[in-house]
Design a protein around this ligand. Structure first.
Ligand SMILES: Nc1ncnc2c1ncn2[C@@H]1O[C@H](COP(=O)(O)OP(=O)(O)OP(=O)(O)O)[C@@H](O)[C@H]1O
Length: 239
């Protein structure tokens, strides 16, 4: 592998009382699609949040271009586009105002024309002036995702279930955009069940469960109990 652009080193994460994963390590180079897979509650969303610096790990670190993200801070965030579960769409603003404000918050330079192009790409050209509160869930998702069409120069895309609530056509368009971003040297890390066509060598599948602390089986627990009982008996016999 050439120099990795993104490296996860010995990441351990706890939520509540539970250790979700420990010692997670992997590295990818520019031009990679990182698919986070696994069962409900495995820690997929949590891993994405760690990736953005919104959450901190108990141990370990994430390096972007060789620098820990929490240290790189602004320099890292300038290269990051994060679209989480929540769409962050403001109901009382029009569709185009939402796109422009999202772009401004992300420090992207976007004119009204750019925003129109992005809306056309997500199939919302005719909704430009409609208050976002009047949209369906799928349409709201599209408003949030329109930012991706303004983020081609942003290297790292971190996307939590971006295909949810989209129709077949929208899924195909987004899937094409993601493949193009990866082909052009971007890194896309996403939680999805959707296949995104990229070269096999560019695809990494990360399953947080692989780093989950091992649960002891019933047999192991019974053996421990038996050993403890034996030790107690020995102590009592000696007393
Ligand atoms: N705010 C919180 N406080 C405590 N525990 C939490 C919190 N949010 C999530 N968790 C727990 O962390 C674990 C991982 O949650 P996470 O949302 O990362 O899983 P996931 O793999 O994305 O799940 P899903 O496929 O259902 O979206 C779950 O067991 C969940 O109960």
């Amino acid at each position: 592998m050439t120099q990795p652009i993104l490296e996860v080193r010995g990441l351990t994460c706890e939520r509540g009382e539970r250790t979700l994963f420990q010692g997670m390590s992997f590295a990818v180079e520019a031009g990679s699609l990182v698919r986070i897979a696994g069962s409900n509650g495995a820690g997929k969303t949590t891993l994405l949040r760690l990736m953005t610096g919104l959450m901190r790990p108990v141990e370990g670190e994430i390096l972007w271009r060789g620098t820990p993200i929490l240290k790189a801070a602004q320099d890292f965030w300038r290269e990051l586009c994060y679209i989480g579960h929540r769409n962050g769409v403001k109901d009382d603003l029009s569709v185009i105002e939402n796109v422009l404000i999202n772009a401004r918050v992300a420090s992207l330079k976007a004119t009204r024309e750019d925003a129109r192009r992005a809306l056309a790409a997500v199939g919302l050209a005719e909704y430009e002036d409609v208050p976002a509160g009047q949209l369906s869930q799928g349409q709201r998702r599209r408003v949030a995702l329109a930012r991706l069409w303004l983020s081609e120069s942003v290297v790292l895309w971190v996307l939590d279930e971006p295909f949810t609530a989209l129709d077949v056509k929208a899924v195909a368009r987004l899937s094409d955009l993601i493949s193009k971003h990866v082909r052009e040297g971007g890194v896309v890390m996403l939680v999805t069940h959707q296949e995104v066509p990229v070269d096999k060598s560019q695809l990494h599948i990360i399953e947080p469960e692989r780093w989950a602390p091992r649960r002891r089986s019933a047999v192991e627990r019974a053996m421990d109990d038996a050993a403890a009982a034996e030790a107690e008996n020995a102590l009592n016999a000696g007393a």
